[in-house]
Design a protein around this ligand. Structure first.
Ligand SMILES: *[C@@H]1O[C@H](CO)[C@@H](O)[C@H](O)[C@H]1NC(C)=O
Ligand SMILES: *[C@@H]1O[C@H](CO)[C@@H](O)[C@H](O)[C@H]1NC(C)=O
Ligand SMILES: *[C@@H]1O[C@H](CO)[C@@H](O)[C@H](O)[C@H]1NC(C)=O
Ligand SMILES: *[C@@H]1O[C@H](CO)[C@@H](O)[C@H](O)[C@H]1NC(C)=O
Length: 588
């Protein structure tokens, strides 16, 4: 029987379908490397924060440690995009109300801990004073919940607040999984309002262990379903906006954790049949699978997973099929984790974070869409409205809307305050990562500029963002200059880190050590900001007006024009037109 669809229903369905393709808040990539898979024995998590349509608060904020009186409550806020992220007297002076700001109204409260640890905070908690480190990636899920007070929502906690609570309360990844999971179960968990983004994943590192954590709402929106899997020490993982935990050994408590309701809800909802002896598969059970196969969604995740895995493992590179999207029904083609050919260094990860599929068949620096100068950036937004076309571009790890990225290294071989987070401003492909320490007490003002709506020469973010935008006037012409400058400053950053570790090792008093490493890091950040504006100003002079100007003497200015392949593609060689009458209109 066929029925005429109601126009309104059709509209709603269309809007919903498009909604699933839109970039939502923080579609990020997260990477983890176990201690026996890293070049220096550290446990690594890495995150690119690829905030979506809304503006982001750009500050890297130090939340200090605190003692709390008995009976204190911890306010829980509704995550807000843009600046200010939070206004609260409860999170140290970085988040105090300033310039007429009003304290945010909490969504609710949970019991406060007696003592909370200091940590670096951005959209999510980054690294705390015990080196607990967290990378995040929003995932599709089968359930969706709304926060308290919104459309009848019943959930109190989102992943931003959970990650911050983990920073405040936990020293180890395993403990953080339990704390976040229990709080999500008790108070309810919510993520975004579309199924393609209604779940969340984290990768957590401590001095010894690496864990993957997944969480989604219960079908009633009032609690949470969660699971976690320990990553083998000699392996690496990547999450690209879909759950990666697949088959779970529910007896193996050493390597798997999960909420008590996980299997029973799956059975009740008919998502998992426990009558046979099928192994429980988390992604198959709880991952989001659109009713109609959606190649965009599957490849949005799958392509980045394929890329990371093939960059670190040559066997995988040889055998994997990049055309198979990563969806619950096709997940067996993607491993949970992989052993890299070579132990992964921070430098390797810098390259991975800046990747646009260079050298592969998906290389974004080539082809007509890259324009005459190989621009790898592909803007989104065309999926909206009545003119929306079916199609898509590759989604690279380094994307134009990336606001920050980091590589956090938790180390068992030195004191916790020397745990290092390599923190980079704006899109990873054009950044330099500065060392920020777990025990560090502050960053300079240049790392605290808050706004994307106001330009400032005092801001490190704006320096990197400016260059990442200016370079698009002639990417292939400028990228060499930019990468040379990056390499030089990154090498300086690495030398500084080696120096800090050496210098601080001699200092027996922790407070003195912390003061020294804070000063050394801050001095470098100030220099980095100044240096990057110098890079920007040089590029402006050298590449204005489509020319390359290196000096004032004759011959020190060239006009490279456009490449021949592009001129042919845009009809340059069809001029003048065959009908000479048409030429007159060109002659003035
Ligand atoms: C990687 O590191 C582990 C542990 O540090 C070491 O045993 C192993 O030999 C290293 N592998 C390679 C390929 O260097
Ligand atoms: C705080 O400390 C008290 C007394 O030591 C203890 O009973 C209580 O459980 C602690 N609360 C939390 C949230 O850790
Ligand atoms: C359980 O698995 C075994 C081996 O794969 C199979 O032979 C058996 O039929 C399965 N039992 C059920 C009840 O599905
Ligand atoms: C992957 O394999 C292709 C084809 O064999 C090769 O050209 C490419 O360099 C390899 N990539 C990596 C990252 O090893």
């Amino acid at each position: 029987m066929t029925r005429k669809p109601l126009p309104l229903l059709l509209l709603a369905v269309t809007v919903f379908a498009l909604g699933t393709l839109l970039p939502c808040h923080a579609k990020c990539t997260a990477i983890g490397v176990g201690k026996a898979a890293s070049a220096d024995g550290t446990v690594i998590v890495s995150h690119t924060d690829d905030a979506g349509n809304d503006a982001s608060d750009l500050r890297l904020v130090r939340v200090p440690s605190s003692n709390w009186p008995r009976g204190s409550l911890r306010p829980v806020y509704r995550t807000r995009d843009g600046f200010p992220r939070i206004v609260s007297p409860s999170r140290g002076k970085g988040y105090l109300p300033r310039n007429g700001q009003r304290e945010y109204e909490p969504l609710g409260y949970i019991e406060q801990a007696n003592h909370t640890y200091a940590y670096w905070d951005q959209d999510y908690g980054v690294m705390n004073e015990y080196q607990l480190s967290i990378a995040e990636s929003t995932c599709g899920a089968r359930t969706l919940a709304r926060p308290l007070g919104e459309d009848g929502g019943k959930a109190l906690l989102d992943i931003a607040e959970l990650s911050k609570i983990a920073m405040e309360r936990c020293k180890t990844a395993r403990q953080a999984v339990q704390v976040m999971g229990d709080l999500g179960s008790e108070h309810g968990f919510y993520a975004e309002a579309v199924f393609a983004d209604s779940g969340e994943a984290l990768i957590l590192a401590d001095r010894e262990e690496l864990w993957v954590f997944h969480i989604l709402p219960t079908p009633d929106g009032a609690s949470a379903i969660w699971a976690a899997q320990r990553v083998p020490d000699d392996q690496a993982v990547v999450i690209a906006n879909d759950f990666i935990i697949q088959e779970m050994d529910l007896e193996d408590r050493e390597n798997f954790m999960h909420s008590a309701n996980m299997v029973s809800i799956a059975v009740d909802e008919g998502w998992f049949d426990d009558s046979g002896n099928e192994t429980f598969n988390f992604f198959k059970t709880f991952g989001y699978e659109p009713k109609e196969f959606d190649p965009v969604l599957g490849l949005y995740s799958g392509r980045r997973m394929w890329r990371f895995n093939s960059l670190v493992n040559s066997e995988y590179n040889k055998s994997a099929d990049p055309y198979i999207g990563y969806t619950p029904s096709q997940c067996e083609h993607y491993p949970f984790s992989l052993k890299p050919d070579r132990n992964i260094s921070v430098e390797t990860l810098f390259k991975v974070l800046g990747d646009h599929y260079e050298g592969t068949e998906f290389d974004l620096t080539v082809g007509l869409a890259a324009g005459p100068f190989g621009n790898p950036n592909r803007f989104e937004g065309h999926t909206k409205g009545t003119k929306a076309l079916k199609g898509g571009f590759e989604r690279p790890i380094s994307i134009y809307r990336g606001t920050y990225s980091f590589i956090a290294q938790a180390s068992a071989s030195h004191p916790d305050y020397l745990g290092v987070t390599w923190y980079g401003q704006d899109q990873p492909a054009g950044t330099v990562w500065a060392p920020i320490y777990a025990g560090q007490e502050s960053v300079p003002e240049s790392f605290l500029w808050p706004k994307q709506s106001e330009f400032s020469l005092d801001s490190a973010w704006w320096a990197f963002n400016f260059v990442n935008n200016w370079i698009q006037l002639g990417y292939s012409k400028m990228v060499g200059d930019v990468n040379d400058a990056r390499a030089e400053l990154q090498a300086e950053a690495m030398e500084l880190h080696a120096l800090v570790v050496k210098a601080v090792a001699w200092i027996p008093i922790k407070s003195v050590a912390v003061a020294v490493l804070t000063r050394m890091s801050n001095k470098f950040i100030d220099k980095l900001t100044k240096s990057w504006w110098q890079v920007a100003f040089k590029l402006v002079a050298k590449y204005s007006n489509g020319l390359v100007t290196t000096g004032e003497d004759p011959g020190e200015r060239t006009g490279p024009g456009y490449p021949n392949w592009w001129l042919k593609a845009v009809g340059y060689t069809n001029w003048p037109p065959a009908d000479p009458g048409k030429i007159s209109s060109y002659i003035h």
